[in-house]
Structures are given as C-alpha cells and as structure tokens.
Design a protein around this ligand. Structure first.
Ligand code: ATR
Length: 273
C-alpha cells in the first residue's frame, strides 16, 4: 500500500514540498503519496490527528504551525525542543515524534553544496525569530569561531542568547552593535526576504571572502543580497538548497533512504538576478 505523507500550512498553495518529495520518491523507488493540505488556522491539531487516523505516516509542517507541531509531539528531538518548534512529524502507533530539520538543512547546504565549512568561521544570524532558533544548534555543532545574533528588537536576541547558553556562547544585540565587526558567513533569517525591506547593516560587515545567505528562496536578489553584493560579499545564495536539504532529512527519517539533493536543487533554482 502507498504510504501517505503531506505538508500542512496556511497558506500552502505555493509549497514546493510535494514536487520535492515526489522527485525523491521517483529517484529512490519509494512508493509514497505526498500532498499539500491547506490547514485552517484553528484546525492544526484536528488536521494532524485526522491525517494520522486515515493511515498517514508523517507530516511536514510549514508556517504558521511550527510551534504547534512541537506542542503536539509526544517525542520531540533535542533540536526541536531548543527551537521550540518542529517542521516534521512521524507517526509510530500512538507516538508522535517531532524534529526540526531547517537548521541541519541550512548547514548541509552551506557546507556540502556551497563549499563553505563553518568550523572556525565567524557566523552572523540576522533576526531572532523561529528561523534563527531552528538554525542555532546545528550551526553551533560545527564549531564556528563565533556566532552572533542581531535583531531589530535587541531584547529578543539577548533572550535567545540566554536560552542557548548551555550550547553556544552567542554574541547578541541590535544592528547598531554590529558596527566595526565583520563576519565570514552572514545569514538573513528575518522575514525581510519576503517583504523586500532592507536591513540597517553597517559598512565592513562582510569580511573578505564572505558569503551572504538569504533563507528565503526563489525571490531572486533580495534587498539583503543586493546589500551584500554592494558591500563586497564574495558570494550570495538563497535558501533553495536549505529547502531541499531539509526535505532530504525528512525523507531519510521517514523512509530510511537518503535521496540525492543536487538534481532537485538544480531543478528548483531560480537565478539570482
Ligand atoms: P520566523 O519564524 O520566520 O523567524 P518570526 O518569528 O516572526 O518569523 O521572526 C521574524 C524576524 O524578522 C524577527 O527577528 C523580526 O524582528 P523583530 O523581532 O524585531 O520583530 C525580523 N523582522 C521582520 N521585519 C523586519 C524589518 N523590517 N527589519 C528588521 N527585522 C525585521
């Protein structure tokens, strides 16, 4: 029988997850069905439990339900726990396992696809919301020289620093605190990639050879990536690789088979112009 999976979100119409997982299934010979389910804002738990009751095996969870996905889990992973959010569920009898693959997807994209090892690097995350929370533990696991978090609301960055204190020594603050500092890897984890707003980044932020990474995908050169190019960043990338890599982690977790990501990344890449 075909095993069923789905992605839940609101809105979910533009999700690339059904395409990505069907390409993975074709390439690995796995017999799965994967759909996108538009989920009512007040109907997350009902939708999850209904999908499971109908024989569903696992779910991806998109915005705005990642916090609720963590809460509904009976067995969250440590990284889901620290992020306070999950993007993937797996059903095993009565158990609901949850994990958060966004951060590992980002790290795998940077290190494997973009050739940018994080060990010894100065890494800056812009934003202190769920996207940054999800990324911190996997980044810290690569032993960067330092991790800084800058946020419009500096207190939220400081709160993150306290929450992750046992795992990483974060430099936290507002954008003004970045003056005079430079970084090898600068990641935009704010929602400005979607809203096309610019961030108040000081001159000299990008060290020689630096990479600028926009977590949003498929938007071409966002204001952040344009700022990075103008400020001398050597390379710019968007989040298409992160999207495909987190999907590959989910697929491997569900199916026990790791799909190749390169052909799917190539298929989904929108040129950065
Ligand atoms: P997500 O789960 O995608 O991270 P979020 O938790 O709502 O979404 O967080 C959005 C992030 O984008 C926050 O860090 C937010 O900054 P504040 O905490 O100060 O609100 C940041 N953000 C959104 N719009 C921004 C803007 N115009 N300039 C700077 N930061 C912005």
């Amino acid at each position: 029988m075909t095993d069923r999976y789905a992605v839940l979100g609101h809105p979910i119409g533009h999700s690339k997850s059904p395409l990505i997982h069907s390409l993975f299934a074709q390439a690995t010979g796995q017999d799965i069905g994967y759909t996108a389910i538009e989920t009512p804002l007040d109907g997350f738990a009902d939708t999850v439990l209904g999908f499971r009751a109908g024989g569903g095996r696992g779910l991806n969870v998109s915005l705005p339900f990642k916090l609720q996905a963590f809460e509904i889990a009976t067995e969250p992973s440590e990284r889901a726990h620290l992020a306070g959010a999950a993007n993937c569920l797996k059903f095993e009898g009565d158990r609901i396992q949850a994990d958060n693959f966004d951060g590992v997807g980002l790290v795998n994209d940077l290190q494997r696809n973009l050739g940018c090892p994080l060990a010894g690097k100065r890494v800056l995350l812009l934003g202190a919301g769920g996207a940054t929370r999800g990324a911190l533990l996997p980044i810290a696991g690569q032993s960067p020289a330092l991790i800084a978090v800058a946020n419009r609301t500096a207190d939220k960055a400081h709160a993150l620093g306290r929450d992750f204190a046992a795992h990483a020594q974060l430099q936290s603050g507002g954008y003004q605190d970045l003056a005079g500092k430079s970084f090898d890897v600068v990641i935009n984890a704010t929602s400005t990639g979607l809203t096309q707003e610019a961030l108040p980044l000081p001159a000299g932020l990008f060290a020689p050879g630096a990479i600028a990474y926009e977590m949003v995908y498929g938007k071409g050169l966002t204001p952040f990536l344009k700022q990075a190019q103008a400020a001398g960043a050597s390379r710019v990338a968007d989040g298409v690789g992160m999207l495909v890599e987190q999907a590959a982690e989910a697929f491997a977790w569900w199916r026990g088979v790791r799909p190749e990501t390169q052909p799917v990344i190539q298929r989904l890449t929108v040129p950065l112009t």
